[in-house]
Ligand binder design. Sequence first.
Ligand code: AMP
Length: 182
Amino acid sequence: MRFVLLGPPGAGKGTQAAILSEKLGVPHISTGDLFRANIDQATPLGLEAKKYTAAGNLVPSEITNNMVKARVAEPDAVNGFLLDGFPRTINQAQALDAILAELNTKLDGVLSFVVGNDDIVVERMLARGRSDDTEEVIRHRLRVYRDETAPLLDYYKNEILTVDALGEVSEVNARALAALGQ
Ligand code: AMP
């Protein structure tokens, strides 16, 4: 069970990934969470990442790809994982293909969370009150998503399972499980 969760910031991927991880018994690997943990602990990786996350820019792929490579090789991820927030660029998707090939495995699919329009996303994100969730930074992150990440919908076109991300957490979760055939 190796899945990527795709969708714009504020689509509720993180919430869904946490629930799915519990139900399916595979770790939820969130690059955003990994960066935030490093930032909180002021590790060298965190100090570097903060230069980018604070402004809503992507952390350079070399740093991000190496972090993911190390994380998916950990013992709890041998039977699978849910990747949340990675890949975010074509370069990262190609890096993921290479990382998985080295582990003699591949993705089972990509869950794509679809929301209506930017205003819905901005409203959801302002409600959660994270430090990189000012309206200006959120709108910037949405532009970065459109330019850098949305092309992955085409990259993964043969692997995509679409999930309508509007509605209650439990409703969206039921749709996600159905899309996964659970
Ligand atoms: P997230 O929690 O997924 O919204 O990520 C928060 C921030 O972490 C993003 O705005 C980026 O600055 C950084 N980040 C998370 N994942 C990645 C990634 N795959 N590549 C580059 N930067 C990332």
